[in-house]
Design a protein around this ligand. Structure first.
Ligand SMILES: [Zn+2]
Length: 232
């Protein structure tokens, strides 16, 4: 136990291992980070290391300005995107980035995922938003920071903990949560919702969105102040 960040690194390591296990990434695709808000640091997967070669000691710890405070490897190239989101949003403790197939399919089609059914409404009361396409100038400026800004712009005043996922147009998916474990859960939920919505739209290109009443009912029985889903 030499590192003060050991527990944070162990959690981020386990969360990263979940990503290929849930079928959300192959090879080195994707990354998970977690925030230790009290210490003002985040830990993230190193760049270009395959999941099966990863160990907790490989994880990189950075402050919220992006300065490495522990770790020998280079952090994931998407680190600046994670930092933009942690700095902007309170209550986010973990972020996952994937190019999972169905979510990325919608992102590449530049389409939000409509809330077609109650599985979706159990998790969020909105369509999964899709950002605008990034301008050439922004790509040249600071690509990964601009990706974070694109997400913030897309979210506006939306509560990120009520809609814990987004599609980045032409790119892939980001999901997050209060913890790194919940962020991975949300990334897996996003992929499942994207898959279901794809099937729905394929069977019926004019399929209707779920009624507002059913959306509210399903979202609130799990998340509202009178939630009654699951065990007390
Ligand atoms: Zn990516």
């Amino acid at each position: 136990m030499s590192s003060p960040y050991q527990e944070l690194k162990e959690r981020v390591f386990s969360a990263n291992q979940e990503v290929p296990k849930r079928g959300l990434a192959i090879y080195t695709f994707g990354n998970v980070s977690a925030l230790d808000a009290a210490r003002g640091v985040m830990a993230i997967k190193p760049s270009g290391v395959p999941y099966e070669k990863l160990s907790a000691d490989d994880l990189v710890v950075l402050d919220l300005e992006g300065k490495v405070v522990e770790g020998k490897l280079r952090p994931s190239s998407d680190t600046p995107t994670h930092l933009v989101l942690y700095r902007a949003w309170n209550g986010i403790g973990g972020i996952v980035h994937t190019h999972s197939s169905y979510a990325t399919g919608w992102a590449q089609a530049r389409l939000p995922i409509p809330i077609y059914g109650t599985t979706h409404a159990d998790h969020l009361a909105d369509d999964v938003p899709c950002t605008r396409v990034m301008s050439d100038e922004a790509v040249e400026r600071d690509y990964e920071v601009e990706t974070g800004k694109q997400i913030l712009e897309c979210f506006g005043r939306r509560d990120p903990l009520h809609t814990p996922m987004v599609l980045v147009a032409g790119h892939g998916a980001f999901a997050w949560g209060a913890t790194p474990e919940s962020a991975v859960y949300n990334a897996a939920v996003l992929e499942e919702l994207a898959h279901m919505a794809f099937v729905t739209r394929t069977l019926d290109p004019t399929a209707a969105r779920l009624s507002e009443r059913l959306i509210r009912k399903h979202f609130e029985r799990k998340h509202g102040k009178n939630a009654y889903y699951g065990q007390k």
